[in-house]
Design a protein around this ligand. Structure first.
Ligand code: FMN
Ligand code: SF4
Length: 658
C-alpha cells in the first residue's frame, strides 16, 4: 500500500460520503463548455468524465448563474433556473460522473458585483481595474430577490441529481464576498454594519435551501479565509496592510457559517484585487494556505477542502494526517493531469504531469482573452473531444531534432500515436532551455515537468540519441516518414557597445556564483525578471532596465495578471529598482550606461551586468534537408522565441497531425 493511501480514504459531507480526499474545485471553462442552447456540451461532460475516471472523489464544476431578475446578463453563462436545456444536460453530467462513484456538487453564484462592469454590489464601488466606472449599490429588494434566486437554484440542482450545492462565493471578491467585507459593504440597513449583518445573505441563503431541499442536502461555502488586499486593485504581499478580511475574521466567519448550517467550507485566499493569492502563480509557494485552513479547522467540525497551490501531495498528506484539512482542492492541477488522484493513491506520483503555475492556458484565456480554458502543459485539457489524440496512420517513423520541451512533446505525441520515434539532441541532456527556466528555487514544477517528459519518453520507448547533431546522411539512414525540427533558440546579442562584458542570462542562471552583489539586468522580460527576483531574494542590490514601457511584456503580450502583479509586488518588497522605457546603451567596466525615452543618458554602477535581451531561433539545417523530400515541420522556439505553452501546443498540434 502506498504511503498516500490515507488520501484515498472516504469522508463525509453531511450524509454524503465522498470516496477520497481529492476534489476538482470549480473552474469556469468558457465557450467549449456549452452547446448552442446553453446546456453542457459533450466536450465538457467528457472532460469531467475523464476526471471522475482519474479518481476524483468530488467534482464541483464552475459557477452557474441563478439570478434572472437583477443582473441576469452576468458573465457566467446560462441560468440554472430558467434554462430547461441546461437542466437536461446537467442530469447527463451528473449521471456520467456518478458511474465512477464520484460525487458532484453544483456551484451557484449570487453574482459578480464590482468584479465586472455593469453589475451591482453592496455599496457603490469602483469596478475592478476600471476606476472610472462605478458598480451601483443594490436595493434591499434586489438583495432579497437574488437570495430567492439562489434558493431556487439549489432546488433545481437537487432535481437534476446533484449531491449538494456550493455557494459562490465569499471568495475572489465576488458579490457575496463584497457583501461580507466592511471595505466594500458600507450599507446602513440590516445587510451592512456588524459582521452578522454582512453575513445575513449567506445565512438567509443556507436557511432557505435547508427549508426547500431538506436538511440532508449538503450546502457548502466557497470561502476566502484571508483576502490580502490593501486597496482597490492593490494587494498586500505580506498580508500586514489588510483592509479586507483578516485571518481572524476569516476564522470567525468559518465558525458563524457552521452555526448557520453550512456543511463544508471550500477554502482559499485572495480576491481580484490580490489575484496572486486568488490564482497563485509559481512565485507563491505550494501549500501556503494550509496554515490558514488549519486555523479555521480549529473552530469548526464541518469538513474543510483546501485549494490554491495544493499540488504538493506530501504537504497535502501531512495536512490531512494532522487533521488540519479534510480534503484537497485541485483546480489547475486537475487540468494538467486528469489522473492525479489515482496516481497519488497508488504511489505513482512521479507519473503526474505537473501544473507549472504559469496561468497561461487557464486563467489568462478565461479572464483576459476570453478563449476556452485549457492548459499550457496539457493541450488537450478541456478540449479532449475537440483536439483529442488521433490514432496513428499506419507504421511511420518520425525523427525529432532537438530535445527541448517542444521536441519532447512532439516525440511523446508521435509515440503515443503508435509511431516509431527517434529524438536527436546535441547536448548531453534533455530539456533545452527549460533546464534554465527551472533553475530558480521557485520553479520546482518546471524541473518536475522536465523529469516527467523524460520518464514518458523512456516508457514509450522513444529512441533518444544524446550528444548527436544529425547530418543529412544520418537523417537519410533513419528512413523517416517525417522530420520535426525543434531546434530552439540562442540568446540574442544585439550590437550594443561593450555587451561582451555582460553575463548572458543563461550563463547567469547556470553559474549564479559569477553574479556580484550589485547587479543590473538588461531586459525586463520573464527571464530577466526571474533572475532579478532570485538575486534580490539573496539580498543583492538589483536594477532592471527595460526598453518597453512595462516589464514582462515582451513579444507584445503581457504576462498573466496574477504573475505580473506578484512580480511587481515582490520587486517592491525586495527593493528591486525598475527602469522602463529605458535602453541599455553601453556596458562599461563600472556598470552600464542607459538611455531614457527623452534621450537622456545615465551611468549606473554595477559589479555585474546581465544581458537578458531575448532569444532568436537557432540556425538549423532545414534548407539543406529540403532535398530529402520529406515532410518537415518546424515547431516551438524554432519558429520564434515563445513560452512553454507555445512550444508544447505547437508540438502537439504538429505531431498529432502527421
Ligand atoms: C480558469 C479558472 C476559472 C475559475 N472559475 C472559478 C469558478 O467558477 N468558481 C470558483 O469558485 N473558483 C473559480 N476559480 C478558482 C479555482 O477554483 C481555484 O481556486 C484556483 O484555480 C486556485 O486553485 P488551484 O491552484 O488548484 O488552481 C477559477 C480558476 C481558474 C484558473
Ligand atoms: S496553464 Fe499553467 S497554470 Fe494553468 S493549469 Fe496549465 S500549467 Fe497550470
Amino acid at each position: 500500500m502506498s504511503k498516500y493511501a490515507v488520501l484515498g480514504q472516504p469522508y463525509k459531507i453531511r450524509n454524503v460520503e465522498i470516496k477520497n480526499r481529492f476534489t476538482v474545485i470549480p473552474m469556469t471553462m468558457g465557450s467549449l463548455s456549452y452547446d448552442e442552447e446553453g446546456g453542457f456540451s459533450d466536450n465538457l461532460i467528457h472532460y469531467f468524465e475523464l476526471r471522475a475516471k482519474g479518481g476524483f472523489g468530488l467534482i464541483i464544476p464552475g459557477a452557474a448563474a441563478t439570478d434572472y431578475h437583477v443582473d441576469p446578463y452576468s458573465a457566467l453563462g446560462p441560468n440554472v433556473n430558467t434554462n430547461r436545456h441546461w437542466q437536461e444536460r446537467a442530469k447527463v453530467l451528473v449521471d456520467t460522473v456518478h458511474k465512477y462513484g464520484t460525487k458532484i456538487f453544483c456551484q451557484l453564484t449570487m453574482g459578480l458585483g464590482r468584479n465586472y462592469p455593469g453589475l451591482p454590489g453592496p455599496s457603490e464601488n469602483p469596478v475592478w481595474r476600471t476606476p472610472d466606472q462605478v458598480s451601483p449599490a443594490m436595493t434591499k429588494e434586489q438583495i432579497r430577490q437574488k437570495i430567492a434566486d439562489m434558493i431556487e437554484g439549489a432546488v433545481v440542482a437537487k432535481e437534476c441529481g446533484y449531491d449538494g450545492v456550493e455557494i459562490h462565493a465569499m471568495h475572489w471578491g465576488y458579490l457575496l464576498d463584497q457583501m461580507a467585507m466592511a471595505f466594500y459593504n458600507r450599507r446602513e440597513d440590516e445587510y451592512g454594519g456588524s459582521l452578522e449583518n454582512r453575513l445575513r445573505c449567506a445565512r438567509e441563503i443556507v436557511e432557505g435551501i435547508h427549508e426547500k431541499c431538506g436538511r440532508d442536502f449538503p450546502v457548502g461555502m466557497r470561502l476566502g479565509l484571508k483576502t490580502y488586499i490593501k486597496d482597490y486593485d492593490k494587494a498586500t504581499l505580506t498580508g500586514e496592510e489588510e483592509v479586507g478580511r483578516t485571518l481572524e475574521e476569516g476564522v470567525e466567519i468559518s465558525r458563524l457559517l457552521e452555526s448557520y448550517g453550512y456543511d463544508f467550507l471550500d477554502a482559499d485566499t485572495g480576491t481580484y484585487d490580490s489575484f496572486y493569492y486568488a490564482c497563485p502563480p509559481m512565485y507563491n509557494p505550494q501549500g501556503f494556505m494550509i496554515p490558514l485552513a488549519a486555523k479555521a479547522k480549529e473552530v469548526v467540525n464541518i469538513p474543510i477542502i483546501a485549494g490554491g497551490r495544493m499540488q504538493d501531495y506530501d504537504l497535502a498528506l501531512e495536512a490531512v494526517e494532522k487533521g488540519e484539512i479534510d480534503a484537497i482542492g485541485l483546480g489547475r492541477p486537475s487540468l494538467a493531469d486528469p489522473d492525479y488522484p489515482n496516481k497519488v493513491i497508488s504511489g505513482e506520483v512521479e507519473k503526474i504531469r505537473p501544473c507549472i503555475g504559469c496561468n497561461m492556458g487557464c486563467f489568462r484565456r478565461c479572464v483576459e482573452t476570453g478563449e476556452p480554458v485549457s492548459c499550457a502543459v496539457n493541450p488537450q485539457a478541456a478540449r479532449e473531444l475537440v483536439i483529442g489524440l488521433k490514432p496513428g496512420e499506419g507504421d511511420k517513423k518520425v525523427v525529432v531534432v532537438g530535445g527541448g520541451v517542444a521536441g519532447m512533446e512532439a516525440a511523446r505525441t508521435a509515440a503515443l500515436r503508435g509511431y516509431r520515434v527517434t529524438l536527436f539532441e546535441k547536448s548531453d541532456h534533455l530539456g533545452g532551455h527549460i533546464v534554465e527556466a527551472g533553475a530558480h528555487a521557485f520553479k520546482r514544477e518546471i524541473r518536475r515537468l522536465n523529469e516527467w517528459y523524460q520518464r514518458e519518453l523512456r516508457d514509450l520507448g522513444v529512441d533518444i540519441k544524446l550528444e548527436h547533431e544529425p547530418c543529412i546522411n544520418c537523417i537519410r539512414k533513419q528512413e523517416a516518414d517525417a522530420v520535426i525540427l525543434a531546434t530552439g533558440t540562442d540568446e540574442a546579442h544585439p550590437p550594443i557597445p561593450g555587451l561582451e562584458k555582460a553575463l548572458p542570462s543563461l550563463e547567469a542562471i547556470d553559474h549564479p556564483e559569477k553574479i556580484g552583489s550589485k547587479v543590473i539586468i538588461a531586459g525586463g522580460g520573464l527571464v530577466g525578471c526571474e533572475i532579478a527576483l532570485d538575486e534580490a531574494k539573496k539580498g543583492k542590490d538589483v536594477t532592471v532596465v527595460e526598453a518597453l514601457d512595462d516589464i514582462m511584456a515582451a513579444g507584445g503580450a503581457s504576462a498573466p495578471y496574477p504573475n505580473k502583479q506578484m512580480i511587481t509586488d515582490l520587486f517592491a518588497h525586495y527593493g528591486v529598482r525598475v527602469y522602463t522605457s529605458t535602453r541599455l546603451s553601453e556596458v562599461t567596466d563600472e556598470g552600464a550606461i542607459v538611455e531614457k525615452a527623452d534621450g537622456s543618458k545615465e551611468a549606473l554602477a554595477a559589479d555585474t551586468v546581465i544581458s537578458a535581451l531575448g532569444f532568436r531561433p537557432a540556425p538549423n539545417l532545414k534548407e539543406e534537408w529540403a532535398q530529402l523530400n520529406l515532410p518537415m515541420y518546424e515547431i516551438g522556439d524554432a519558429t520564434g522565441a515563445g513560452t512553454i505553452m507555445k512550444a508544447i501546443w505547437d508540438a502537439y498540434e504538429v505531431a498529432n497531425s502527421i
